[in-house]
Design a protein around this ligand. Structure first.
Ligand code: NAP
Length: 282
């Protein structure tokens, strides 16, 4: 049962930052709905194993692998593991993310750098190393936020035009995200045309990166039928959001899981920003 050939034909789903919150709820739902191995991943092995125990106590059997998206070696190790054991991945959900509390007094420039490092740059690193492993028919879901859409509207017309354009490249997006951090450190981001919210800017990056990768996959792997989308889980009661948020983590998992389980052969949505299972304007 545990032979090489067994695992090579077993489907596999990987969820980043899934030791708690929405990520844990996504793993729970996939364990119930996805016919394959489902991985809790966590930067901290102890927290990851606790999460697996929690799900075990509910009768579910996820697997575990360490993954700190801020650590390139950890990303490479995990990618090599899934490549070696399963020949790739079928579902990748980039859920790991951070947010400073509104009351946090850390200087804006530091918040910008730290927030963008995890939410945008590290998510991009995961995609760089995992997208080549995504198998034909695969599904990739990047957990963004409604604040990406509202943040976009607060950008200068020039930035909005770039973030909505069909020809923006990954390099251009990376340079724009870096420009935000640099200007934030100098206190010049508002003059630079940016909203006053690092989290929103980081999630603009996640949404636009999803769109860029979708166009690239369509062009470079047209026959593989891989679908990649960005989504908002809604406003969910987790450590990131205030306790008054309307959705439970399980409810927050619904849209990401819907995008991860789009039926075989489906051609859309692809390269979209989705919330409440509906494609939203960008
Ligand atoms: P959460 O409960 O704080 O969970 C965040 C998860 O990300 C935790 O497992 C955390 O691990 C992990 N993480 C952070 N940095 C990481 C890293 N470098 N490597 C690996 N894992 C890392 O928050 P949540 O609300 O479930 O957030 C999940 C996603 O939903 C985030 O992308 C967030 O931006 C997005 N989102 C949330 C809401 C909301 O209302 N809650 C709304 C829109 C979007 P640790 O336990 O080790 O810190």
């Amino acid at each position: 049962e545990t032979s090489f050939y067994f695992y090579m034909s077993t489907k596999v789903a990987v969820v980043t930052g899934s030791n708690k919150g929405i990520g844990l709820a996504i793993v729970r739902a996939l364990c119930k709905q996805f016919n394959g191995d489902v991985y809790v991943t966590s930067r901290d092995v102890g927290r990851g194993e606790e999460a697996v125990k929690t799900l075990n106590s509910e009768g579910l059997k996820p697997k575990f692998h360490q993954l700190d998206i801020n650590d390139l070696n950890s990303i490479k190790n995990a990618a090599a593991y899934f490549k070696g054991k399963y020949g790739g991945v079928d579902i990748l959900i980039n859920n790991a993310g951070i947010a400073f509390k509104a009351s946090d007094t850390t200087p804006f420039g530091v918040q910008a750098e730290v927030t963008l490092r995890t939410n945008f740059f590290a998510t991009r690193d995961v995609l760089t190393h995992f997208l080549p492993l995504v198998k034909a028919g695969g599904r990739v879901v990047n957990v963004s936020s409604m604040l990406s859409a509202s943040g976009l509207k607060q950008c200068s017309p020039e930035l909005q035009q770039r973030f909505r354009s069909e020809d923006i490249t990954e390099d251009e997006l990376v340079a724009l995200m870096q420009r935000f951090v640099d200007e934030a450190k100098k206190g010049e981001h508002k003059q630079g045309g940016w909203p006053d919210m690092s989290y929103a800017v980081s999630k603009i990056g996640v949404t636009v990166l999803s769109m860029i990768h979708a166009r690239r996959l369509s062009k470079e792997r047209p026959k593989d039928g891989i679908l990649i989308n960005a989504c908002c889980p809604g406003w969910v009661r987790t450590e990131i959001a205030a306790p008054g948020a309307p959705k439970s983590p399980d409810e927050g998992a619904i849209t990401p899981v819907y995008l991860a389980l789009l039926a075989p052969g489906a051609t859309e949505p692809h390269g979209k920003y989705v919330s409440d299972k509906e494609v939203q304007p960008w």
